[in-house]
Design a binder for this molecule. Structure first.
Ligand code: UDP
Ligand code: MG
Length: 323
């Protein structure tokens, strides 16, 4: 360890119900490690670390089989499905004391494994964080592309600092991970948290392919959930926005009140049922939305104060005493 030119690399791969794709992509990760270490860029002690995120299919059996067949494969299993972000965190935290650098990547072969060469090179040149950034999204459906790109724009507009078109394919050094371990939040949005840690960083672009097999576990509902978490866990801008909006509505109401008094004073009051109804509907709608956003933050505070563990590892493919 600690040899910047031959770092120990752990490739961290979250897996949830991936029995179709894992047997295809696992050897690709192993070959990448072998190639990189043959080229003298990383230590032969490097490993492929799978994180089983409470899969209900044969994923964990496959991981155990791989680990038994080749010592370069390691696996940990979460006690239940906790979601992609927590699975990646579990893997990173598990790896941080055993390696010099980690690269997190999905197991479905969508992210170009060959971008790892450039990531490792950037680390050898002194970077501690290397973001994998998608050059284009030709293979995504129009819908996925549109929603994903709006997601980044919305996040940035709302004050969460994220790298455009960067998902969770990135290199992090152990040094960064040790600092990262001090970020105790339960509501996780890794790609927004990494820039907060700082350190020298750069980006590597790659092309994103289609899934090799199996299907996406990020339907629209989960994407919206992630977007919401991303905004509310990183920024208080929506609350400020509400305050500003409240002031605006109050000003308009004030003008309205003066207008109503003047109208009444000159005796021009007519039965204004429609306008009254409209105003009540509008204002109560605004209030409910604002309450909802504030409630979302209070819910987050509630979850944070509980300080529940962010992941629970139930099994490992190795004996902890040996490690
Ligand atoms: N994943 C996970 N837990 C989940 C959902 C997904 O660990 O609850 C993993 C999944 O196995 C994959 C990665 O997260 O390695 C990305 O998921 P997916 O490919 O389904 O998302 P997409 O690429 O379509 O956004
Ligand atoms: Mg995918």
């Amino acid at each position: 360890m600690k040899d910047r030119n031959h770092p120990v690399l752990y490739i961290v791969i979250p897996c949830y119900n991936e029995q179709e794709v894992l047997p295809i992509t696992a050897p690709l990760f192993l070959r990448k490690i072998e190639d990189l270490s043959a080229a003298g860029k990383i230590s032969p002690e490097s490993r492929v670390l799978f994180v089983n995120d409470g899969s209900r299919d044969k994923t964990w059996d496959i991981i155990c089989g791989l680990a038994a067949a080749d010592p370069h494969y390691l696996g940990i299993s979460q006690s239940r499905n906790r979601g992609h972000q927590n699975a990646v965190l579990a893997g990173l935290m598990e790896a941080k004391d055993r390696c010099d650098i980690t690269i997190s990547i999905d197991c479905d072969g969508q992210d170009d494994i060959n971008a790892m060469d450039a990531m490792v090179d950037a680390y050898r040149d002194g970077c501690e964080v290397v973001y994998g950034v998608r050059s284009k999204r030709d293979t995504d459906t129009f819908f996925k592309r549109f929603t994903a790109e709006s997601f980044y724009k919305l996040l940035n507009a709302m004050g969460a600092e994220v790298v455009f078109n960067h998902a969770d394919y990135r290199l992090l050094s152990a040094r960064v991970l040790k600092e990262f371990a001090n970020f105790k939040e339960v509501n996780l949005f890794l790609r927004g948290m990494v820039p907060l840690v700082g350190f020298k960083s750069t980006a590597v672009t790659y092309e994103r392919h289609e899934r090799i097999a199996g299907e996406s576990h990020y339907p629209l509902s989960k994407m919206l959930g992630l977007a919401f978490d991303g905004i509310t866990s990183l920024s208080v801008k929506p609350i400020r926005f509400i305050t500003g909006f409240g002031v605006l509505v109050a000003l308009v109401s004030f003008v309205g009140v003066i207008w109503a008094i003047v109208e009444a004073a000159i005796g021009a009051t007519v039965s204004g049922w429609a306008s009254t109804t409209c105003i009540i509907c509008f204002v109560s709608g605004v209030q409910l939305i604002c309450l909802g956003v504030i409630g979302e933050y209070i819910g987050k505070i509630y979850m944070e104060t509980k300080a529940r563990p962010r992941y629970i590892i139930s099994e490992r493919t190795w004996d902890e005493e040996d490690a």
